[in-house]
Design a protein around this ligand. Structure first.
Ligand code: FAD
Length: 337
């Protein structure tokens, strides 16, 4: 039954895993984040392709369940959209814990001979990795392929570029909005909710013929997407670090695993609370976790690496600096076990 909207339509269809184009991939039955979180069996060996959020969290989780984990990341390392020290800390901690972390690796082929048994990954350098299962944590793609975007002049399957009120730029008359993952700003639940609040206010103002305030930090602008996107990665065994060299004043890595009353634990809680407050100031009270300092976070969790940081720098530098009430991007590596 067709529904007719008088004022606006908001598309909020989210994203799904993006898999690389590799011969034999479908036959190898790879895991995506779905199977990685609902598998009932613990594989003896798990290869994980991708060092973003999904990659590091799943490495930690499956290692904790007794799986022998090999984590394969490209040259930009683990957590490539965070400041480099964060991924370096996690890589060191993982290695110490017994996870086989390989940086600078590109997978060029995959096969599961006979359709059963181990899966074999071919690497660019000619090497191979054999595992019982392989998880591809290699990015996200927008779920916009089958909703009729072509009928309004948009490319099916594309991310939808929006203005600061979440209105799709390429559609005339300003009636179409895109919120959440599909606008590719920051692929995180709390950012989607934040966008929903801002866009709802803008839609209501426009419908009522009231002024719209899309200036940075105005009532109808998603400015926090560019400046304040808190994020937590849940991994094992990182260590406390607040690097003096950090250009971001809120980047913290924490390790509370020793004892609930240890100084580390207190520092962890303090840092996490600060991180939440930073997010709450800009994104509202429902901050849960995960974010990058950037817009165009091509995959909040394990997306195609590269480009994100440069894009962030480019896009952020083209905008006015954040006012004092908005802290710089906050990131916490919250270690648990
Ligand atoms: C493994 C993983 C872990 C994550 N962990 C976190 C985390 O800890 N914290 C965090 O903030 N973010 C996390 N994220 C990101 C977070 O899940 C997304 O950013 C968030 O769900 C995006 O919200 P959304 O509303 O845009 O899309 P979704 O939550 O994906 O919702 C889209 C909805 O639209 C529906 N839909 C799609 N197509 C159609 C259609 N044609 N017709 C009708 N309905 C349709 C879908 O069924 C779905 O219900 C994680 C993501 C992954 C993959």
């Amino acid at each position: 039954m067709p529904l007719t909207a008088r004022h606006a339509i908001a598309i909020c269809t989210g994203s799904r895993p993006a898999l690389p184009e590799l011969a034999g991939l479908a036959e190898a039955r790879p895991w995506t984040n779905r199977q990685a979180t609902d598998s009932r069996a613990v594989p003896g060996r798990l290869a994980i392709v991708g060092g973003g959020g999904v990659g590091v969290e799943m490495a930690s989780a499956w290692h904790g369940l007794g799986t022998s984990v090999t984590l394969l990341a490209q040259a930009d390392g683990l957590l490539p959209r965070m400041e480099p020290f964060a991924g370096e800390l996690v890589a060191r901690a993982f290695t110490d814990a017994g996870i086989d972390v390989r940086i600078g690796v590109t997978v060029t082929g995959v096969r599961r001979p006979g359709g059963t048994g181990p899966v074999i990954l071919t690497l660019e350098d000619g090497g191979e990795v054999e595992a019982d299962e392989v998880l591809f944590a290699t990015g996200r793609q927008p779920l916009t392929g089958d909703i009729g975007l072509d009928t309004v002049g948009l490319e099916p399957g594309s991310w939808l570029e929006v203005d600061d009120t979440c209105r799709v730029r390429a559609v005339d008359d300003g009636w179409l909005y895109a919120l959440g993952d599909i606008n590719h700003h920051a692929l995180l639940t709390h950012q989607g909710k934040y966008q929903a609040r801002i866009a709802s206010a803008a839609i209501a103002a426009r419908a009522a013929g009231q002024p719209v305030d899309p200036a940075p930090w105005g009532a109808h602008a998603i400015t926090a997407d560019y400046h304040a996107v808190p994020q937590v990665f849940w991994t094992c065994r990182a260590s406390i670090a607040r690097p003096a060299s950090s250009s971001h004043n809120t980047v913290v890595a924490i390790q509370p695993h020793r004892s609930p009353s240890s100084p580390e634990r207190s520092a962890a809680v303090k840092a996490f609370t600060a991180c939440r407050s930073a997010g709450a100031a800009a994104a509202g009270p429902s901050v849960t976790s995960r974010a990058t300092p950037s817009r165009s976070n091509s995959t909040g969790r394990g997306e195609s690496a590269g480009g994100g940081r440069a894009r962030a720098a480019r896009e952020t530098s083209s905008r006015s600096p954040a006012p004092a009430r908005c802290p710089a991007s906050a990131a916490a590596i919250h270690a648990v076990r």
